[in-house]
Design a protein around this ligand. Structure first.
Ligand SMILES: [Fe+2]
Ligand SMILES: [Fe+2]
Length: 292
């Protein structure tokens, strides 16, 4: 049985997919025809727009520098659960949103669609694996974390918030926006210091990166860590914090993004048929047990 996430003030979204649908709305598939885009917009013109907006309001209000430090202290001890990647997939799949579970693709299907699209384009196996596991950090929801601390566009904390981030006006509610230490362009950072020195808002990206960092090649780790950093990989809003290596590696993040956003296949992937291939792939790169 899936666990129902209670829809309360902390969790305004009916489904985590509403955030991803909002991204699609902002960055539509260039190959999708105009009629489809039109249909999509009509669908969005509803109560959903308001819940997504409320979700961003909470996200932008509460994701402060101190909040990120707190979450790092809490979750980077990795003392929540020890699981194989497969246990984690099953665990993540118990995440059922308030919306009709029959309509929504489950988490595994999103992962398989992403990874299968990567595989079909002939990319290296570690890239396929990255597609397959990139959202596993969403298990944070199952540890009781609010939606706004699991998903949502990510952005640097500890320096000025860019107006290229979706709904920038909501940062007025974030105390860091008034804090002398954090409110200036560079904040606590130095020009081109490199993203490894920059704290990002807390969510499924950073969490999974920290779990995977010893096991996957560097481009894979960048894809995992920055896949929701739209303000950079789509808008280049934080060029002044990136170093040369980041710039090089962001080419991979950009290569990954369309597979994440635009890989919804008309026929859902056959998880059982695909399992042996992914079992081998997981065994090639990852240890038997992972600490979450
Ligand atoms: Fe994601
Ligand atoms: Fe995803």
């Amino acid at each position: 049985m899936g666990r129902q996430l209670s829809k309360d003030e902390n969790n305004p979204l009916n489904t985590l997919d509403d955030w991803e649908d909002n991204i699609l709305e902002r960055y539509p598939d260039p190959s999708t025809n105009e009629k489809k885009k039109e249909e999509f917009r009509n669908y969005e013109d509803s109560e959903r727009v308001e819940t997504v907006k409320e979700f961003y309001r909470l996200n932008h209000k509460y994701q402060t520098y101190d909040f990120v430090c707190e979450k790092e202290n809490e979750f980077l001890k990795f003392n929540q659960k020890e699981m194989s990647l497969w246990d984690a997939v099953d665990f993540l799949n118990t995440l059922v949103d308030d919306s009709d579970p029959d309509i929504e693709l489950d988490q595994l299907q999103h992962l398989l669609q992403t990874s299968e699209a990567i595989r079909a384009d002939g990319h290296p196996d570690w890239f396929v694996l990255t597609g397959f596991l990139h959202d596993m950090g969403k298990v944070l929801c199952l540890f009781g974390e609010p939606q706004w601390a699991v998903v949502g566009d990510t952005f640097p904390v500890g320096c000025a918030f860019s107006d290229k981030i979706v709904y920038p006006e909501f940062f007025q509610e974030n105390p860091d926006a008034e804090n002398e230490k954090y409110k200036h362009k560079y904040g606590v950072y130095k020009e081109n210091c490199g993203l490894d020195h920059v704290k990002m808002s807390w969510g499924h990206d950073e969490y999974l990166y920290q779990i995977m960092k010893d096991y996957l090649p560097e481009p894979a780790l960048y894809m995992i860590r920055y896949h929701s950093f739209y303000a950079q990989h789509r808008e280049n809003a934080y060029d002044y914090l990136l170093n040369e290596k980041d710039r090089e590696m962001f080419e991979w993040v950009r290569k990954f993004n369309p597979y994440d956003l635009y890989s919804k296949a008309p026929v859902p992937p056959d998880a059982n048929a695909l399992k042996p291939y992914y079992e081998d792939l997981v065994a090639k790169y990852l240890p038997e047990k992972l600490r979450f």
